[in-house]
Design a protein around this ligand. Structure first.
Ligand code: GSH
Length: 342
């Protein structure tokens, strides 16, 4: 009786009843053995994933790869970037060519349940929009009846476009290609009047791929939900959890005011939440995901908290000039929220 009550109490408090062994992750073991994380990224999307002329990859998604490498391997630089287009991305994950995908990929039910792939974190809340030349004098998507619209195949974009025009009883002429470069070139050459994609991508395309960004506007209508996040293969839950919790650690760090510049100092902060995140005292939340107590410390030290990464690649001082918007912390009216580390 007493025993049962004790068991009830410990379960209630969320304590482990028996020491739970770390689940062996085949993916993590393989990554450790090869000494690098193979991370699928966009082949060239400024702000999210792009290789410079020196071959160095940068971007918001690239930093997610780096953060996972810091947690899993101890070094954010131990990443092999695998550029993938929209059509290739899931096959690369299914076949084992990559260990994870960090490439502006929308979490949908079919992708989560039918492809042998799995989602866990939404690191960027996005939505689909329309880019048009100002010279067109269009102010609303509702004025796009009969328009030629450039869109990339193998994306949620293509499907949402069809839904939106159907719902609004409008016709349109799609100009479709599997290759994003072809899609963007078609827009720049006027072969389509409108380009549709995730709004963040439109901001990137307008800033980086049009001759005069100011000659183009993104229409006010956002026609879909595009929760973007990292994707892993189904069947290795421990690895998937590691990838998900890296995002939560970055959110928690921002919430607690911990960043790459002050994280060393914060190690001596006695606030319990800070100690748990940074693996101080007896806290070791990394072991159960196959790493060690310093997993989150390394992410913050080597890559930064969520806000730092957002500002570095997408914020006001970048060509994309994106607001935090829905990606603000929940404490600031946004949707970014992490379950507690305890
Ligand atoms: N978030 C949407 C769209 C993502 C997407 O792949 N967008 C295209 C259109 S700009 C892209 O990134 N293309 C680059 C490429 O395929 O290389 C999805 O997951 O389907």
């Amino acid at each position: 009786m007493v025993k049962r009550r004790l068991l009830g109490l410990s379960l209630c408090m969320g304590l482990a009843v028996a020491a739970s062994p770390a689940f062996a992750s085949k993916t993590l073991e393989a990554i450790k053995a090869k000494g690098e994380l193979s991370c699928g990224v966009n082949a060239g999307l400024g702000g999210f994933g792009i290789a410079g002329s020196d071959g160095k990859w940068t971007g918001f998604d690239v930093d997610y790869c780096r953060a996972v490498a810091a947690a899993a391997l101890g070094d954010a630089n131990k990443v092999r970037y695998v550029p993938l287009n929209a059509a290739q991305r899931f096959t690369a994950l299914q076949s084992g060519e990559i260990d994870m995908l960090a490439r502006n990929t929308t979490w949908t039910m079919s992708r989560d349940t039918q492809l042998g792939t799995t989602f866990g974190a939404t690191n960027f809340y996005d939505g689909q929009g329309f880019l048009v030349p100002k010279s067109l004098k269009v102010k609303s998507a509702k004025q796009l009846k009969g328009a030629t619209i450039c869109v990339q195949s193998g994306t949620t974009t293509e499907k949402n476009l069809a839904d939106y025009f159907k719902a609004n009883k409008m016709t349109y002429k799609p100009v479709v290609s599997e290759d994003n470069k072809v899609v963007v070139a078609a827009y720049n050459e006027g072969r389509c009047k409108v380009l549709t994609s995730d709004a963040s991508q439109l901001a990137a395309i307008r800033a980086n791929d049009t001759k005069k960004p100011d000659d183009h506007i993104i229409l006010p209508e956002i026609i879909s939900k595009e929760p973007l996040g990292p994707v892993t293969r189904q069947g290795d839950e421990s690895w998937s959890k590691l990838v998900t919790w890296v995002h939560f650690a970055m959110i928690t760090a921002e919430e607690l005011g911990i960043n790459s510049a002050n994280v060393d100092q914060k190690k001596s902060d006695t606030t319990p939440e800070v100690q748990r995140l940074l693996g101080q005292g007896n806290n070791d939340f990394g072991k159960a995901i196959g790493t060690d107590s310093q997993w989150a410390y390394r992410v913050i030290k080597q890559v930064g908290n969520y806000g730092e990464v957002f500002e570095r690649h997408l914020g006001k001082n970048t060509p994309l000039k994106l607001d935090r918007g829905q990606n603000a912390l929940w404490t600031n009216g946004g949707l970014q929220y992490a379950p507690p580390i305890r």
